[in-house]
Design a protein around this ligand. Sequence first.
Ligand SMILES: [Cu+2]
Length: 669
Amino acid sequence: MKKIFCSLAIASLLAVNASFAQKPLTENDFYQLRTLPLPEDAILEVGGMTILPDGRMAVATRRGEIWMIENPYQKDGTQPYYKRFAQGLHEPLGLTYRNGSFYTSNRGELTKITDEDGDGRADVYEAVTSLPIVGNYHEYSYGPMFDADGNMLVTLNVGWVGYGASLTKWRGWLVKISPEGKIEPISAGLRSPSSYLINSSGDLFYSENQGDWVASGKVSQLKKGSFNGHGESLKWTSDPASPLKLTKDQLPDTGEPVATAGEKIPHYQYPACWFPHVLMGISTAGMVEDVNGYLGPHFKGQYFVGDQGHSKVMRMQLEKVNGEYQGACFPFREGWASGLLRLEWGLDGSLVGGMTSRGWSSTGKAPYAIQRLVWSGKTPFEMQEIHSKPDGFEIVFTKPVDKETAANPANYKVASFTYKYHHQYGSPIINTEESGIKGIVVSADGRKARLVLDGGFRKHYIYEIKPEGVKSADQESVLHPVGYYTLNAVAPGDQVAASQFTPFKATAAPMNHEHGAMQASTGKTASTGKATSKKRVTEMPADWAAPDQVLTIGTKPGLKFDVTELQVKAGSKVKLVFNNNDDMTHNCVIVAPGSVDEVGQKAIGLGLKGPDMQYVPNSPKVLFHTNLLQPESSESLYFTAPTQPGTYTYVCTYPGHHTLMQGKLVVVK
Ligand SMILES: [Cu+2]
């Protein structure tokens, strides 16, 4: 008997060891970042970037210079070579090379720059045209990009005077500039249109940032005479050159759902894909289309979209339904060194990221950087695509699934939500509702799962689709088990016959609440006043005469606490004062030794529930925590220090912060 017990114990020990050995796969197992060493005497804050036909990289910096980079791919481990090509520009935020000349938008001018004598330095600077500007700091100009007819497209940021304002003609517009320099307004309602592209079908898209009139980041198609939502640009629609006749007083500036508000606005262009604020990124930027499958054949034809504030690349897949683009975005690769503003394909098929964070803080802590992302050749287990179907969604996976987990409705979550349309800054998520799953059909080859949903669809809503429990045939978990599909229209086609699946009992009920993206309060824990959770005690316990120790932690720009190490005595009574002095939202969570990544990941995984839960996951590894604090606010926490000495961690679990925003809480005897 004893012997059997022993061998069982050994077997279970071995099993534990085996599961330890199988480290969960990470983004880095599939896509690796390579950092370009930069010269010490240059400040390469990337504003524009282009790859020349000979493979050299050219970078326009926000300090007004253009640098040429030879050997950016660091062949055989050799160093890149940098040479300054041009200087004296004014914050250029775009760079294009055509027929031997560079073109750049720098604030008030679209400039053509040429090296006529061939010495590797610019010698002719020509103004193609003046760009409209009054001198407001927020009047960025982006581009240009050449269209098929040789015209230049430029997007013009609105100014900022406490709100986004169009202080001169065509601010907040996409304009087309002829080779002779004539400006033609094309599309209105832009706020901060830092990046745009023409895809392989010849259609133009731009990425937009959250702000006033803009609930969340998004990617929209730009069409002549269309309106993209920001009201201030409509100031100029009475001009005879305007292709759009629409005035600001026609906008339903009421905070009603953007899903329905858009129907009331003539020429309103719904986004092809929303990038939900914080759940995906916080400032969508540079975009590329992968027509060659550089990052793997599984993602061929899809788009990669950078995020400046979250220092990451997201993936977007589009399809056309009823003649309009719509589709889904997915997390893809985080951990870039600085704020990711520009993306371009290197000639070797790597994805080159040009970065800057000055004035626009980012999770990547370097002030500027250039990195390349390289595919390892391995295929991650991911949702490759999501397609709208008349009765639900079809998920295409990159690898065959384990059919048992893929057919189980408990392994998926589907919910939909929208935002408010108004002139205010951003929007909370509103009208969240879960969808019940009526049935699932897994394709014979195991690559597709068709989800048949209960109930009707909500047009122009964002559908969050989470196949959290689905495994691949070789038992891998989905690397990023979340996607956000913007359902502008439900695709036509055949419904799944009820006989093809065993109907499930509908499981979901409407969540039916509106959560403030920032000032969330939960049912359990009031956002002010007494806290009821044992992990968040904000008033001194009645049986304490006084705390044994008072700790103070503040925050600093660049995702930092102002102290990185604190010491407490095991079992002592601690008062912790957390002051959020930064201009971003943060919390402070004390976690068990070695668990900071696990807790941080769980916080991100809260998805739509995150704001309500203060981004504090339900986990025994979370020992104590504050709520999310707005800038310039403070909270005091009372707790008894752990009795077990060791190095604990305090961390901000707001998505995108946990890898950087940490400190050590050393508990001593
Ligand atoms: Cu934070």
